[in-house]
Design a binder for this molecule. Sequence first.
Ligand SMILES: *Cc1c(COP(=O)(O)O)cnc(C)c1O
Length: 459
Amino acid sequence: MAEEQKIPYKIYLTEDEMPKAWYNMRSDMKVKPAPLLNPGTGQPLTAEELTPIFCEELVKQELDDDTAFIEIPQEIRDFYKMFRPSPLVRAYCLEEKLKTPAKIYYKFEGNNTSGSHKLNSAIAQAYYAKKQGLKGVTTETGAGQWGTALSMACAYLGLDCKVYMVKVSYEQKPFRREVMRTYGASVVPSPSDTTEIGRKILAEFPGTTGSLGCAISEAVEVATKNPGYRYVLGSVLNQVLLHQSVIGLETKIALDKYGIKPDIIIGCAGGGSNLGGLIAPFMGEKLRGEADYRIIAVEPASCPSFTRGTFAYDFCDTGMICPLAKMYTLGSSFIPSANHAGGLRFHGMSSTLSQLYHDGYMEATSVEQTEVFEAAEFFARTEGILPAPESSHAIRVAIDEAKKCAETGEEKTIVFGLTGTGYFDLVAYQKYNDGEMSDYIPTDEEIAASVAKLPKVEG
Ligand SMILES: *Cc1c(COP(=O)(O)O)cnc(C)c1O
């Protein structure tokens, strides 16, 4: 106990200690993630084919499976200083409340106005767009964290920002929308009649509340049809995991300062970017055979891509215009039930994490949203932070693991990613507080129906 007290409640890094390069996990993978395919030809996409959609530098990062460290440009490091390093918190209060011998740490990414880790990649993507001399970027947003982060980054750099926001969120989260508009972005509910694909989806499914996949299709269409615009994506892609590695690198530096070695690392998984970032340097050690960690991805039972999906090539979008990625997927036509309030609604998963999961380097588990909000409430009352529902998936499993330690007496060290705050999720909290939250678990038939529509490709 005496020794333990030396570990402060929050471990910060000095500016000098902050990472100067991102770490590319793919460089240490023996089996690389499968390449993106051109949906027309079924062949791996070349840089030339990707540059009409994405910024040049980001295409390079997307396709680079070999370079271990990629320098963080000084301008991005300067922006990072506005909200980084993020604290690594020793959850002393939570440990005490749980009466667990486990040592719990969380890396808190909610300390910026956009309220999540997404700003780490937003500023990087906006920076490369600006450097290329573009006018603006287009994107989709679900719950709104990514759109908010991108709006902040674009405002800082003077870039135009067009956001397609999943209609159900646009209606349920008007405040999120107004934050984006305050930062200068234009926000359109998706599906909309401003794009060909949007009109097609509206005709086919009138009254649809939209999906991320559908908003992606619209944003890509607008980027490719407007000169001076490119599309940017807040998760799933290799480049996003690369930028998010700053989370894990900071975590590792902070832990190393006190000689702490985690046993279990837990993160929520939507498209996989925060988890991929948090685990990056630890997974690197694991891949190189230098250390071992238990790594757990947590997903919602209502959108269980890792635990009930199929490892196959699929579209990243509902409109089927985006490249094909090999990943754990529920099928691009899968739309999670509208009563699912907890985020993490994407049908697929990062190719890099999918390959690592497939090869046995990490575990995955799914949790129901009522128990997720129970964990969120417990955490808020214990540690003070109002967590995002997404983050609360990780909290749920961290608490469960800590409780197991209380039973067995094991002093495990648990690190989890607290990706953001829940101030814009109060409609969901209201449902929970009013006892109106329910769980929806898709049936095998529902999943089979959307998986049956997977594109037919080798691999
Ligand atoms: C977007 C988001 C997530 C999930 O996205 P990943 O790409 O899987 O990290 C998790 N937590 C918060 C707060 C988010 O905004």
